[in-house]
Design a protein around this ligand. Structure first.
Ligand SMILES: [Zn+2]
Length: 219
């Protein structure tokens, strides 16, 4: 997959809100300011509803939500987190992820809409995927290897984010959350049941690790 992406391999700088910058601390200001929330788990209603569109931009509430989502994602070692994963019914997600080419991407998007990729340009890849709301298991899911989401930032400025490889997978996974969908829905019934059994066995340990990391960060 590597040879296809000339631009990513030339500029390895971290992308914040889609733009290359010279540096970005591992625990950015959002993580420092944010409060860690409990992450909702499959079976909870808020994960199954389509989230509401955000209509008020530039508010302290929206800024606090983004901070809290970054802090919660960090403690859980997530690649991305959607608002309904902390029980908030709004169309917002955050990401902090290193892509297949070693480039880190950090950001948030509000009211995201995924571009439809025409079938002739769509290349499906099978890769392993997990979810903070399904603690424990990972399963192979087939998804397009490129994704573009269009939305706004928390101040209402238009934002377009393009992802390739694992980052494309993340953008699609998080957009799915905001539509009330989980990656489990993309598995066969048998695979889904096996994943849920694995979760039942693994979840207490995952929760304990998150609590330890939260304590270490003073959260
Ligand atoms: Zn998820």
């Amino acid at each position: 997959m590597t040879g296809r992406l000339e631009d990513s391999s030339q500029d390895r700088r971290v992308r914040v809100q889609g733009r290359p910058v010279d540096s970005c601390p591992e625990d950015g200001p959002e993580v420092e300011r944010g409060a860690v929330h409990r992450i909702t788990v499959v079976g909870e209603d808020v994960l199954r509803r389509r989230c509401q569109e955000v209509t008020a931009f530039g508010t302290p509430e929206l800024s606090r939500l983004v901070d809290d989502m970054f802090a919660t994602n960090r403690v859980a070692r997530g690649a991305g987190l959607a608002a309904n994963q902390i029980g908030v019914d709004l169309q917002v997600f955050v990401w902090d992820i290193t892509d297949d080419w070693g480039v880190r991407h950090v950001g948030h998007i509000v009211n995201p809409v995924l571009d439809e990729i025409p079938a002739e340009h769509r290349r499906l890849v099978d890769e392993s995927e997990g979810c903070l709301s399904v603690p424990g298991p990972y399963r192979v899911v087939s998804r397009p290897d490129r994704a573009v989401v269009r939305g706004r930032d928390m101040d209402g400025a238009p934002l377009v984010i393009e992802g390739l490889g694992y980052f494309a997978r993340c953008l699609q996974h998080e957009t799915d959350h905001l539509h009330g969908r989980l990656y489990l829905d993309r598995l066969t019934r048998r695979e889904r049941q096996a994943a849920l059994r694995e979760m039942a066995e693994a979840k207490d340990e995952v929760f304990a690790r998150r609590a330890e990391r939260a304590a270490r960060l003073g959260k």
